[in-house]
Design a protein around this ligand. Sequence first.
Ligand code: SF4
Length: 481
Amino acid sequence: MKLNLNNSAVPTRENRLGSITGYVGDLNDLVDQSRNGTLKNRERCFSQSSGCLSGCAIGMVAAIRDVAVIYHAPSGCTLYTTILGDQLATRINTSYDTHLVGTDMNESDTVFGALDSVRDIVYKVKKQYNPKAIFIASSCVTGVIGEDIDSVVEELDEEFDIPVIAIHCEGFKSRIWASGFDIGDHAVLQHLVKPPVEKRNVINFKNFFESERPQITELFAKLGVTPQFLYANSTVEELSHLSESLATVCICGTLGTYLGNGLEELYGVPYVRTINPMGMAGFDAWFREIGRIIGKEPEVEALLQEERDKYLPEIERLKPELEGLTAVIGMGPGYTYEVARVLQELGIKVVWAAAWHYDYKYDNNEVPPALDYLQNTSPNNIELSVADQQNFEIMNILKQYNPDLYFSRHPGSTVWAIKHGISAVYVADEYMIFGYKGTLNFIRNILDTVRNRSFETNLAKRTKTPYTDWWYDQENHIMMV
Ligand code: SF4
């Protein structure tokens, strides 16, 4: 990619990566169309509500320790962005002092603009909280009326002794909420990362909630390196050194592409592009590539053997009980194809996989590694769709395929499957299937779910869903024009 750090706005995923939110077909077709550049978005004639990229953009930077984020938006938008903030607050391991402040735009602000109030709020926030950096984020309303937050940022960045940074996250810009991850990364690359002074034995690790911080710190220590988790719990000072790290890795390709490719392009920090460390094959491939980049291949082989000795016998003992189960998956694209691979590794047949969007290439212009890998290894040509969490489509698919299990990373989707009587596994935590240990826990979780289905059965008997038989009978799962 060609990173433009002179502009505070980031091209959306639709423009930069050709990302889509509407597709129905199969694995071979999707990968082939991605490779030959013929993939096109298909529009729906009906669409439910979806997510907003501001939650992802603000969620990223609000995870940095001791900063303030001022969201120039009506209160409804601000409330939406606190959802991710809440998750951060409950999951991260140490306390931090970050503040999210909404400007509570009203009708008058919408007509006449409110940059003076924004300026006042920035002064008050600086005085009251003494943050290490201040981010000023825009919303749909500020975008529509053309509020020039860049001018306030420029003025105050010069005046203050801390960075003041614009975050252009108007929700209408993109249907793909993951564009918000790139917006957060862009702000960090543009304003916080400094050119390298000396190399450090650190690996940048882009993730969401760092719930496996102790395990990963311990595994990396065996290779003589320290992980720098991003962004939860990181400090402004730590971020300034990202250019000095040995490599960048991520838990999810959708989350990591902008920062990983950006650090490589700007400062030559290698970005590890393999399948993700989920399941056994992913863990092996990911660690081996890290070992190759940092010159620690023998140490990596020893680490992998240790993990296999510890967990593989029990994995092999339990696996036969999963053999032949069928599954539907509905997740973000960084997980859909990775989880499909893991399920196949465990003997589960994936009958349908839906991704909430699809980046047909990442920022290095290549098809995501998970798709490549899946096409080469999948025993069946999986039916696929791309839907920005259009739940009604998922319910139709579940009704028609009646799988043994539904896997989703979004609770709003999982609960509806359960109401239809289908056992669902909520793959909530990003590390739920991390490596051999995570795979074993994941198997146990699946077995707990399928061994006793009374909850789903009883709930379905007592639930009237809002969908009609007409919709369930439609063989076209996707309402495309
Ligand atoms: S920024 Fe726009 S899309 Fe996002 S919550 Fe506000 S109004 Fe909705």
